[in-house]
Design a protein. Structure first.
Length: 161
């Protein structure tokens, strides 16, 4: 019987139907494997694998000073991002200590989509809100509004084409 206290992604029922071995991953019921860890590892390293990463947090950063906020709060140069591209980044405290490792997507213009680790979602959101004080930018925790899939491996791009 499933633990009703665990959060579930939109793909939870399908993952059960496909025989996923479910575990408690930071308060989320997620599959740790389907056919076997070694077989799945090899598939991702040599071909591709599809992962349900819907437990990750999503934060929208929008407005005239969205770029300025992200430049202030992260350690990578977000200004280099073109529309539709993503960048691995670090969300930092002013002392350069890490808040979290994140992905920053530039959707278009002054519209950014930030993916954060599930366990740090609230902390990351609160930190960005703090950093945004006095700036012309809207920071929205949209974690409840999104589901995510990650296609990873050397054939990922080819599969999407």
């Amino acid at each position: 019987m499933a633990d009703e206290s665990l959060k579930k992604t939109p793909l939870n029922a399908i993952e059960h139907e496909l025989g996923g071995k479910m575990i408690d991953f930071g308060g989320w019921e997620l599959p740790v494997q389907f056919t076997g860890i070694i077989e799945e590892h090899q598939a991702v390293r040599t071909r591709a694998g599809l992962f349900d990463v819907s437990h990750m947090g999503e934060i929208l950063v929008r407005g005239a000073e969205a770029l300025a906020l992200l430049q202030k709060a992260t350690c990578n140069d977000v200004s280099k991002l073109e529309d539709g591209r993503a960048q691995y980044n670090g969300l930092l405290y002013p002392t350069a200590g890490f808040v979290d490792d994140i992905l920053v997507y530039r959707m278009a213009g002054d519209d950014y989509f930030v993916v954060v680790n599930a366990a740090n979602s609230d902390k990351d959101y609160e930190w960005l809100v703090e950093c945004a004080k006095g700036m012309d930018v809207a920071v929205t925790n949209a974690s409840a509004d999104y589901a995510q899939l990650a296609l990873q491996g050397p054939n990922a791009e080819k599969i999407l084409q």
